[in-house]
Design a protein around this ligand. Structure first.
Ligand code: NAD
Length: 356
């Protein structure tokens, strides 16, 4: 197959980790007889420096026209004083909206070799952690009106949270379809005891569930969910929730698995073109030092092969190579353990590549 991949290296450690992921994709292409063509799409702080905006229209066009998009991370202290509308992260919001990416899928899976890094009690971790968070991505309070005004001699700020049925239905379907390929359990998370958007969310998800009688649905309040995730994460299979709750819970979910550097995510819309990235940021504190763990980005490339290109064998080859590399004792600094060999970003990429 011939596939065009838009590459957003971004800022900080972005270029280092994306370079390693591209090396892995090249190894897969060579082994399985595919051709991957890469097209650069500047985004983030580097794009502000060069073009004055975090996502130039030309980059958005490149991403929309590609078969898929691989992203490192954007942002850094250099751009922290940019006006809110022109911060590097704005580029990401514009990209999600411009590509119509309404669902974010984040696996929370603990690698058995890394169970010592799990911050939960050993008896809780022993039950295993393997679930997926499906988060609505282009609705809710992040995309509602934001306003700060003078009222009665003080400042008053308002953020509007809105959801329409069709926005809830389409992400609920993704969750049920995902659960069908797994353990067939969906937990829908809301705050229906307080919020109207949550009451509509709960009603709509319950309606959609009628089309999936083979999948078990339960509802949970978000405050309880935050607690259940640390009390017994093994109870979850697929979690589906709105944008703000999903942002917070998916960070909690990734933290309990051990390392932020290990986890990929995918954002999809109606087509097969998706955005694949690690869940962490640009880690300015270790940028340019060959210390970043590239595994999250490499596993994001595997997700791209599986979900956008329908290349399951190729995705499995990457995931197996990562597993074997960890089992052989190679570790980056963020996941270093006793009796293991510390390697940098480049060497970790080379070890994984050699096991494809
Ligand atoms: P961060 O995820 O960049 O870093 C948090 C900590 O984790 C740091 O100590 C960092 O060194 C470490 N870390 C992160 N990824 C790592 C990796 N692959 N290997 C080893 N260690 C790793 O979060 P932050 O410090 O809050 O944010 C830094 C910048 O990134 C900010 O400008 C923020 O806005 C941006 N950010 C971007 C994205 C994105 O592009 N999707 C997401 C989150 C934050």
């Amino acid at each position: 197959m011939n596939k065009t991949i838009a590459i957003i290296k971004g800022d900080g450690i972005g270029p280092e980790i994306v370079t390693e992921a591209m090396g892995i994709l090249d190894a897969v292409a060579a082994k399985f007889g595919h051709t991957f063509t890469y097209v650069d799409a500047p985004m983030g702080g580097n794009a502000i420096d060069k073009f004055g905006v975090p996502l130039p229209d030309s980059s958005l066009a490149t991403c929309r026209n590609a078969d898929s998009v691989l992203l490192g991370a954007v942002g850094g202290p250099k751009w922290d004083n940019q006006p809110a509308a022109n911060r590097p992260e704005r580029g990401l919001l514009k990209l999600r909206e411009g590509m119509g990416l309404y669902t974010n899928v984040r696996p929370a899976k603990m690698f058995s070799e890394l169970s010592a890094a799990c911050p939960l009690r050993a008896d809780i971790a022993a039950n295993g952690i393997d679930f997926i968070v499906v988060r609505e991505l282009i609705g809710g309070v992040y995309f509602g009106e934001h306003r700060t005004e003078e009222a009665n001699g003080e400042q008053k700020a308002t953020d509007i949270m809105a959801y329409s049925e069709h926005e809830i239905k389409r992400v609920a379907r993704v969750a049920f379809e995902t659960a069908r390929k797994r353990r067939k359990r969906v937990t829908s998370i809301d705050k229906a005891n307080v919020l109207d958007t949550s009451r509509l969310w709960r009603k709509t998800v319950t309606e959609v569930a009628k089309d999936y009688p083979d999948v078990e649905l339960r509802h949970m309040y978000v405050d309880n969910a935050a607690m259940q995730l640390v009390r017994d994460p093994s109870q979850f299979d697929v979690i589906v929730t709105e944008n703000l709750f999903g942002d917070i819970l998916s960070d909690e979910a990734s933290q309990i698995t051990g390392s932020i550097g290990m986890i990929p995510s995918s954002s999809m819309g109606d087509g097969t073109n998706g955005l694949y990235e690690p869940i962490h940021g640009s880690a300015p504190d270790i940028a340019g030092q060959d210390k970043a763990n590239p595994i999250g980005t490499i596993l994001a490339a595997a997700m791209m092969l599986r979900y956008s290109f329908d290349m399951a064998a190729e995705a499995n080859a990457i995931e197996r190579a990562v597993d074997k590399t960890l089992r052989s004792g190679f570790r980056c600094g963020d996941i270093m353990q006793e009796n293991c060999q510390l390697v940098g970003c480049k060497a970790m990429g080379a070890e994984i590549r050699s096991r494809i």
